[in-house]
Design a protein around this ligand. Structure first.
Ligand SMILES: Cc1ncc(C[n+]2csc(CCOP(=O)(O)OP(=O)(O)O)c2C)c(N)n1
Ligand code: SF4
Length: 294
């Protein structure tokens, strides 16, 4: 789908900042940055019309490497901040990104609320199944049995399944990609951006320094299967949940679920409500008077 729309004259390069990424050579996040830049060029919004919010982690550095307005915020709090930005300025295209730790550990409680509120945001999780920035501790998506610096004898916990998590809470768009297929990843990110409502893209983005063997690009290339090749119907939520159960054993890429008739977004409903209430609203001075009255 990504046919890059050259009519607006913007290319992937226009979305890359002059800042040189300090990720380890070979980190999957380089490919994610490239795919996001390509997707943005496909959509064609000017960089100053885009706000890119992240939490804290290696992956959360990503807004700084783009020419969009960027906010490398607080660990686990990217989603509430992004929602505030979108509500304050609904015309902005708002992207949110971070790691699996940022999104499903410390920030896990925000995900269901962002989904049920359904603001028009695109949330990209760089899922490397490890805490990269803090040097290789267990993350919520680490596979059971994985030895890490915080689980010397292997993890004894079941991992979170990010795909099932967001599908179960009712996200209208759910996809997965890997930098092992950058064109495919750019396609799903572009589709997510174009989806009117909360859209989630899980990117299996290898941590070459602390990640396990099965999470590396070479392995991804060997095992990835596109959902299109399985003739998956992305309008079928139950079929999507069925396939999502294979997270951790199979690597399916593409769109798991796209709600055929997207629900009204919170930002659109809030604007409607504002219009409705505007004639009844007190002038600012009257509110101040009431507030300051003894
Ligand atoms: C409130 C708070 N708790 C803990 C940390 C330490 N911390 C920074 S990043 C991080 C996790 C990084 O893992 P992830 O979010 O998966 O991103 P990655 O570095 O792997 O891209 C942690 C625990 C912090 N910065 N702030
Ligand atoms: S530690 Fe891992 S996630 Fe962080 S930059 Fe290096 S390879 Fe990437």
């Amino acid at each position: 789908m990504t046919a890059i729309n050259r009519a607006h004259g913007l290319t992937a390069k226009d979305y890359k900042s002059a800042l040189k990424p300090i990720w380890c050579p070979g980190c999957g996040d380089f490919g994610v940055l490239q795919s996001i830049s390509r997707a943005l060029a496909g959509v064609g919004r000017a960089p100053h019309e885009i706000a890119f919010v992240s939490g804290i982690g290696c992956s959360s550095r990503i807004p700084g490497y783009t020419t969009a307005y960027g906010f490398n915020s607080v660990h686990g709090r990217a989603l509430p901040i992004a929602q505030g930005i979108k509500l304050a300025n609904p015309d902005l295209l708002v992207l949110v990104a971070g790691g699996d730790g940022d999104g499903f550990s410390i920030g896990g409680g925000h995900v269901p609320h962002a989904i049920r509120r359904n603001l028009d945001l695109t949330y990209i999780v760089m899922d490397n199944q490890i805490y990269g920035l803090t040097k290789g501790q267990l993350s919520p998506t680490s596979p059971k049995g994985l030895p890490t610096v915080s689980s010397s004898y292997g993890s004894i916990e079941d991992p979170v399944n990010p795909l099932l998590y967001v599908l179960a809470y009712g996200a209208g768009f759910v996809a997965q990609g890997t930098p092992a297929d950058m064109a495919g990843l750019a396609d799903v990110i572009e589709e997510a951006i174009r989806f009117p409502g909360f859209a989630f893209v899980n990117v299996q983005s290898p941590c070459i320094t602390f990640g396990h063997e099965d999470s590396q690009l070479k392995h991804h290339k060997e095992i990835l299967q596109t959902l299109a090749s399985l003739n998956h119907d992305p309008s079928n939520r139950l079929a999507a949940m069925d396939l999502a159960q294979e997270y951790g054993t199979k690597l399916y890429t593409g769109v798991f679920y796209r709600r055929p008739e997207p629900s009204a977004t919170y930002d659109a409903l809030a604007r409607e409500r504002q219009k409705e209430l505007a004639p009844k609203a007190l002038p600012r001075e009257r509110i101040l008077e009431r507030f300051l009255a003894k």
